[in-house]
Design a protein around this ligand. Structure first.
Ligand SMILES: Nc1ncnc2c1ncn2[C@@H]1O[C@H](COP(=O)(O)OP(=O)(O)OP(=O)(O)O)[C@@H](O)[C@H]1O
Ligand SMILES: [Mg+2]
Length: 233
């Protein structure tokens, strides 16, 4: 069997003296779309921050592309090929769409402005608009485009559809399905179980810093009581 692209094994993470993750283990195979779901405050963003080296895990291991990345500084982890679309988007409000996209470009071949505009035609129409002039949906597309411009092997999206209208949300899901079809590996943190069991392969549900359920989309769709218990659906 192939090696996982990302393998998080029993990580424990704290903010100061307050421990938030108690042995989280998740894995992502090359080309897979995996979700991490759970109610508010259960540790999803902290898991992402641990993977990215922003809030380093104090125990456990994190391997990416077969190498141990747990102790690396955040910029090195990003450079290894993990692109983050952070919670709250965090685009540059006073840079144009084009400048936001080129600010993080890795300069190697792969994603270009043209390819991003092809994926998100509405961004192309707003190329010279400032980040803060965009709608919520456009800002989200920009945040995804910016992460893609670093040519990641793994794309991580933390609450990418939060606060967006249903049609805009659907557009984001379509875009992720396209990226997956093109071979990109994707980790999605989101609350839309219905949409995610349509497009993702496997799911990890967490509660208070522990993985409490994992399985395929078909398995998750078949257990409404699990969805109710851990996701409040
Ligand atoms: N910077 C911080 N300092 C101290 N505690 C924090 C910090 N960030 C998060 N926490 C705490 O860690 C726990 C997990 O938070 P985290 O942001 O990982 O949850 P989440 O699952 O992403 O929640 P949400 O769905 O609201 O985004 C929460 O109890 C939160 O209050
Ligand atoms: Mg969060």
């Amino acid at each position: 069997m192939a090696e996982p692209l990302l393998s998080v094994d029993a990580i424990e993470t704290c903010y100061g003296l307050s421990q938030v993750l108690f042995g989280i283990s998740i894995s992502i195979m090359p080309g897979e779309m995996v979700t991490l779901m759970g109610r508010n405050g259960m540790g999803k963003t902290t898991t992402v921050r641990s993977i990215m080296g922003l809030t380093p895990a104090r125990a456990g291991s994190i391997r990416f592309g077969g190498e141990d990345i747990r102790a690396l500084p955040a910029y090195r982890i990003a450079k290894r090929g993990i692109g983050l679309v952070p919670e709250g988007r965090q685009i540059f409000p006073n840079l144009s769409v084009r400048e936001n996209l080129t600010a993080t470009a890795s300069g190697e071949d792969g994603w270009t402005l043209g390819k991003i505009y092809e994926l998100f035609p509405s961004l192309s129409a707003r190329e010279s608009s400032m980040g803060n002039q965009l709608s919520g949906g456009e800002q989200q597309m920009l945040a995804i485009g910016r992460a893609l411009m670093t040519n990641p092997r793994l794309l991580i999206l933390d609450e990418a559809t939060e606060g967006l209208a249903p049609l805009v949300r659907a557009e984001i899901w379509r875009c992720l399905a396209r990226l997956k079809a093109a071979g990109l590996s994707i980790l999605v943190i989101d609350k839309n179980v219905g949409a995610l069991t349509q497009i993702a392969d496997r799911h990890f549900l967490i509660e208070r810093g522990r993985v409490v359920w994992k399985g395929s989309s078909a398995e998750l769709a078949a257990v409404p009581e699990v969805q109710h218990r851990y996701l409040g659906v």
